[in-house]
Design a protein around this ligand. Structure first.
Ligand code: RIB
Length: 320
């Protein structure tokens, strides 16, 4: 209902369907390694880079690069990284009026191996300093949102507060339940679209995820029963799964040479939401998001690797 309303108004040129991303903004300290170090082992790193990241910021950048009108709510530190992090968002076209400053910027320590896979250690810093009063003061922005995108690099209490707060608002809520964290049982009932990878899905189901797609389809019923409307499971090079009450479908990934998978899931989410904000169907949005994340893995870094809408269209036309 909301989606249709937004779509028609947009077609008539009356409003843009606004996306608000509330979440983390991080400095990523990334080292390229041949193999990940084991416990007690020291390995040599080949390249080291400091780039802008954070699941929230990456998703906001991806939305903006795909043509959506997007505003970011978050906090960076009062440190030397803050202007770099905010400028990266601004340069991509993200409205940063609601990015506040306090403490020390969120940091991650990332290893990327020769296959482009990563391991990430996250230090939340300022990301966990957003307060309820600060969110209350952003009520007007949340009123205008057609989509609210959340992740789990903010504190569980803040996430729960926001989920409850926006229940009375018109926005569709997408939660990327990453990284996994303990939450009260009922929080999923506030979520319209849940996006998880296999590791996060296993955490939510409290069991290993099956290899067989038919079995996963059945396992996802547990989450639908908790009140989620749609679930997207991203499976890396195996593509993704979509499920709601009426449909279940698989979308294969594009075969590309992965250099660095950091931010691929965030690109997928940003591209998916941007397509939804343009009134596209779930299938169309997922197809586009799949191509967008394929482009991201062919470049190093998170935000730096996120393609523009034009680049994704070019990728798709080359594939055809
Ligand atoms: O999803 C990738 C992101 O996760 C990185 O940019 C890093 O900041 C971590 O938050």
């Amino acid at each position: 209902m909301i989606e249709k309303e937004v779509y028609h108004k947009r077609k008539e040129g009356k409003i843009m369907s606004k996306v608000v991303v509330l979440g983390s903004i991080n400095v990523d300290f990334t080292t390229q390694v041949n193999v990940f170090p084991k416990a007690g082992e020291t390995v040599r790193g080949e390249h080291f880079k400091v780039t802008a990241g954070g699941k929230g910021a990456n998703q906001a950048v991806a939305c903006a690069k795909m043509g959506a009108e997007v505003a970011m709510i978050g906090k960076v530190g009062e440190d030397s990284y803050s202007s770099f992090l905010i400028d990266q968002l601004k340069d991509a076209g993200v409205n940063t009026k609601h990015v506040l400053k306090e403490g020390i910027s969120g940091r991650t320590f990332i290893n990327v191996d020769a296959n482009g896979e990563n391991t990430i250690t996250y230090v939340p810093g300022a990301n966990e300093m957003l307060t309820e009063n600060e969110i209350e003061a952003m009520d007007e922005l949340l009123d205008e949102a057609a989509f609210l995108v959340l992740q789990q690099e903010i504190s569980p209490d803040m996430l729960k507060f926001v989920l409850k707060k926006v229940r009375s608002k018109k926005c569709q809520v997408l939660l990327n339940a990453a990284p996994s964290q303990a939450m009260e049982e009922d929080y999923l009932s506030f979520v319209d679209t849940l996006v998880v990878n296999e590791v996060e899905l296993a955490y939510l189901l409290n069991q290993a995820v099956s290899e067989n797609t038919h079995e996963i389809n059945k396992e996802l019923d547990v989450l639908l029963a908790k009140g989620v409307q749609k679930i997207i499971v991203t499976l890396g090079s195996k593509g993704s799964l979509f499920k709601n009450r009426d449909h279940f479908f698989e979308t294969p990934a594009y075969k590309v040479k992965a250099i660095d998978t950091t931010g691929a899931g965030d690109t997928f989410i940003g591209a998916y939401v941007s397509c939804k904000a343009q009134g596209k169907t779930d299938r169309e949005a997922i197809n586009f998001a799949t191509a967008a994340s394929a482009c991201t893995v062919t470049k190093a870094g998170a935000q730096d690797a996120i393609p523009t809408e034009a680049r994704v269209k070019q990728f798709l036309s080359n594939k055809r």
